[in-house]
Design a protein around this ligand. Structure first.
Ligand SMILES: Nc1nc2c(ncn2[C@@H]2O[C@H](COP(=O)(O)OP(=O)(O)OP(=O)(O)O)[C@@H](O)[C@H]2O)c(=O)[nH]1
Ligand SMILES: [Mg+2]
Length: 368
């Protein structure tokens, strides 16, 4: 290995690279080093994937989750479940060799218990996914409402800086302003949007259109109101949909003015005095994480690929359970247990096609 140190001047760096590339040297491909580590069994596939998660982590929670995955927390669990499946299916397959003697190497009741046990473990992993995604990717939060209710003021308060222009003129915000905050280590992306109203102003119209788009891609909406609530569907049809999905936090702002309000708010705030702001942050976090109480020791699934493989494994176990209940002969049960273990193998990359590997390592940067 040769290590070159040079001045941090981009031009010099480029010249050195050019000189090297003129010889028998080539640039590494994205993720090539991690890929080699994986191919040489230094780490499994879920650990290799965690390398890029560590690099991309934008919050303490995301970093912790990625570190746990890199340390093999998920791998260990998956390995152990997979082994149990293989052992059980091997015993079932052994019964086939002694078919004439009609022996049972696995008592059917014990088999059921085993399948149920593994299924419960897999279901528990699947249940962590929505939480895992929040931890890894953060939460998109759109601040929406009529003009002048104090959306930009709330954003500024949460950021502790005067990021967005605030004025008493309705229709101040036009472009979407995106900023990030972390609440107890979890990343929240806040989108301040243009106040929604019917307008002839073409620039403001575009702003309202953008507000609508922000709502569509939001995980949560802070629906900001001042003194009266207008029909949500009239304001934005999307808001009505999100209400039924429990994705809206209704914020009654300007509480310091002590006006009579005609709506029920989840939180009453004042962006001027700061009243209710801590409750707002707490509500945001609770809504994003749900009632999950995971500790550092909980294995969390945050990767869609892993989620799909686990779901496949769970489905196979369900079929195996049904076959066993129906008293089908052992080969039927064994084949589904094998399929379940194959699905788990995908997570740790015991068998993986070049396509899958290319796909995974393409998201890496060069030199990792
Ligand atoms: N008294 C009081 N005034 C507030 C509060 N929040 C905002 N304001 C005032 O309300 C006016 C509008 O605030 P903005 O934050 O610009 O409102 P907005 O919802 O972003 O408005 P648009 O961008 O036009 O949609 C400003 O004069 C703020 O100072 C509050 O909690 N209490
Ligand atoms: Mg504004």
């Amino acid at each position: 290995m040769v290590e070159l140190s040079c001045h941090g001047n981009q031009l010099i760096v480029e010249k050195i690279i050019d000189t090297l590339l003129a010889g028998e040297v080539r640039l590494a491909e994205p993720g090539e080093f991690t890929r080699r580590a994986f191919l040489n069994n230094r780490m499994d596939l879920s650990q290799a994937e965690a390398v890029v998660e560590v690099i991309n982590a934008r919050s303490t929670a995301a970093l912790k989750g990625a570190r746990n995955q890199l340390d093999g927390m998920l791998s260990k669990k998956v390995h152990s479940l997979r082994e149990q499946l293989i052992n059980t299916s091997s015993l079932l397959e052994l019964e086939l060799d002694f078919a004439e003697e009609d022996v049972e190497f696995v008592e059917r009741e014990k088999l059921m218990q085993k399948i149920n046990f593994i299924k419960i473990e897999i279901d528990a992993l699947l249940a962590t996914y929505s939480f895992g995604r929040v931890i890894r990717d953060g939460v998109n939060v759109a601040l929406v409402g009529k003009p002048n209710v104090g959306k930009s003021s709330l954003l500024n308060y949460m950021l502790k800086e005067s990021r967005a222009i605030v004025s008493e003129i309705p229709g101040t915000t036009r472009d979407i302003i995106r900023e990030e905050i972390t609440i107890d280590g979890v990343l929240f992306r806040l989108y301040d949007t243009a106040g929604i109203r019917v307008t002839e102003d073409s620039v403001e119209k575009e702003g309202v259109y953008r507000s609508r788009e922000a709502v569509k891609s939001a995980d949560l909406v802070l629906y900001v109101l001042e003194d009266e609530e207008s029909e949500r569907g009239e304001l934005l049809p999307e808001l009505k949909e999100l209400t039924s999905e429990n994705k809206i936090i209704t914020v009654g702002n300007k509480s310091d003015l002590q006006k009579e309000i005609t709506f029920t708010a989840d939180v009453r705030t004042s962006a001027i005095t700061g009243e209710g702001m801590n409750t707002l942050l707490k509500t945001l976090k609770e809504k994003a994480l749900g009632s999950n109480t995971f500790t550092e020791k909980t294995t969390i699934v945050s990767n869609l690929r892993h989620f799909h493989s686990l779901r496949k494994a769970a489905e196979c176990l369900e079929i195996a359970r049904a076959s066993s209940e129906k008293g089908l002969s052992p080969e039927y049960i064994a084949v589904d247990l094998r399929n379940a273990s194959a699905a788990l193998s995908e997570i740790i990359g015991i068998v993986s096609s070049d396509d899958i590997l290319n796909n995974i390592f393409a998201s890496f940067c060069i030199g990792k």
